[in-house]
Write a protein that binds this ligand. Structure first.
Ligand code: ADP
Ligand code: ASP
Ligand code: MG
Length: 439
């Protein structure tokens, strides 16, 4: 069995929904994971923020706009009168809930319920569309099986057991549709896998059912060698290893949720990235194989905070690093990059929710400097640190404002820390020099 995930753009227009239908309509049983239609989750986040900021009238305005948009979409998609009415009734239930939410006071639970509605809408609509088109499908509600535990990790045992239970209730279907992104937490409340989380849903499910392959269908022909939103002349990469793809996803390649690769790598389940608008393009195949060495791709991650920790007493003092790490451990804050000298450590974090407390603790034994608005620019490739081409990187560095560099932490990754205002220029410069010089 294969798991196919379709992102927001793929289900965001009538034309693309028809593309999705053609892609999945080969008679083979499969699991389909859908995102919300493009723009919907952002609109739901805005609604929640209006409620939080005491602007219910603005929330209602946004709700009404979205409601009209959904009715229009359904009128274009569902010509079958009964199905059209059925879907409109469902849409009305959802929008009544949204309107009722504007009378409530804001909480994280309410916010999670609000942002969950996008995937509930897209899957309901798509399921009815397949019925209209004569394709035998069943809707398996993600909130009945997709659960995370206290540490926000997927509860694989529960997911497998409950997915199979739901699946076995409708053995006759060919296409099993479920919602990406949304889940329940350990207390049974509606939660989610963070923005972009439908990719993660697909690989969690892929691992749970031991799928033959997980396909992530999106609006671009696979993982490119640099961020196409910021850099010209990027090109798709045909093959990536799990390690390479995981590094790129973690360090900001938006095409994949940062955790996407984690569930499937141990079981060696291939992940294929494909373009819904151009299904014949090869896309990117992610497996255990390393196809070639050297720099393959560059990605960047924003909202990084750099912390410099300086101690006069670090000189020859063992135990200093331990003291520093303990502070980050207490506040459950992962460190991404780290460099050391005799008298100072520089490190980076992307979760700055406890930064004030961390700084207060560190200041008890060191002088601290904090720089916000930094970006990690990450160069990825198998054995990149040993490859002769990699040294061309050093020809480029004179033109780039680098705050930190991490080389050799892993064989597959070289990370540069730059101020975010320099990010786009850095990506472009690296693209120009490295891929032109390597080519
Ligand atoms: P979906 O809604 O299908 O999940 P996303 O917007 O989350 O799609 O991801 C696809 C987008 O990721 C692309 O349109 C592209 O702009 C962006 N992107 C960023 N970095 C890369 C990269 N290295 N390769 C391909 N796409 C990338
Ligand atoms: N709809 C969610 C989001 O926009 C999840 C996803 O698209 O993967 O973040
Ligand atoms: Mg996405």
């Amino acid at each position: 069995m294969q798991v196919l995930k379709f992102g927001g753009t793929s289900v965001g227009s009538i034309e693309n929904i028809n593309n999705v239908k053609n892609i999945i309509n080969d008679g083979k049983p499969k699991v389909i994971v859908l995102s919300a239609m493009s723009g919907t989750t952002n609109a739901l986040v805005r609604i929640s923020n209006y409620i939080k900021n005491g602007r219910p009238e603005k929330a209602i305005e946004q709700i009404n706009e979205l409601h009209v948009h959904y009715f229009k979409t359904v009128d274009s998609l569902l010509t079958d009168k009964a199905l059209n009415q059925d879907v409109k009734n469902y849409i009305n239930t959802i929008f009544n809930f949204l309107v009722d939410s504007t009378y409530e006071s804001h909480s994280i639970l309410l916010e999670n319920k609000i942002v969950a509605q996008g995937e509930l809408l897209s899957t309901y609509i798509f399921n009815c569309f397949l019925t209209q088109e004569g394709i035998s499908s069943a809707l398996l509600p993600a909130l009945s099986f997709m659960r995370i535990d206290k540490t926000n990790e997927p509860d694989f045992f529960y997911i497998k057991q409950h997915f199979e239970m739901m699946f076995n209730k409708v053995p006759e279907a060919t296409v099993y549709i479920t919602q990406g992104f949304i889940c329940i937490d350990d207390a049974g409340n509606i939660s989610n896998l963070q923005r972009g989380g439908s990719d993660y849903t697909a690989t969690i499910l892929g691992a749970a059912i031991n799928a033959d392959e997980v396909q992530i269908w999106t609006d671009i022909d696979g993982m490119h060698n640099n961020d196409p939103r910021h850099v010209e002349n990027t090109r798709p990469i045909k093959n990536l290893s799990y390690d390479e793809a995981a590094e790129l996803a973690y360090f900001g390649a938006k095409i994949l949720h940062p955790q996407t690769i984690t569930p499937v790598r141990a079981d060696n389940i291939p992940v294929r990235l494909k373009n819904t608008m151009n299904p014949d393009a090869h896309g990117t195949l992610i497996t255990n194989n390393y196809s070639e060495n050297g720099i393959k791709a560059i990605a960047a991650k924003d909202h990084i905070t750099a912390i410099k920790i300086k101690s006069g007493r670090m000189l020859n003092a063992h135990g200093f690093l331990k003291k520093v790490f303990e502070v980050f451990e207490v506040y459950e804050t992962p460190i991404d990059m780290i460099t050391t000298s005799e008298v100072a450590i520089s490190l980076t974090i992307d979760d700055d929710s406890n930064i004030d407390k961390i700084v207060t603790e560190l200041e008890k034994f060191a002088a601290i400097e904090v720089d916000t608005n930094q970006s990690i620019v990450c160069l990825v490739g198998h054995s990149i640190v040993h490859h002769p081409d990699t040294f061309k990187l050093f020809q480029v560095l004179q033109d780039v404002k680098i705050r930190m560099i991490s080389y050799g932490g892993s064989n597959n990754n070289i990370s540069l820390l730059v101020p975010t205002v320099e990010k786009v220029a850095t990506l472009a410069r690296l693209q120009d020099y490295i891929f032109r010089l390597i080519a």
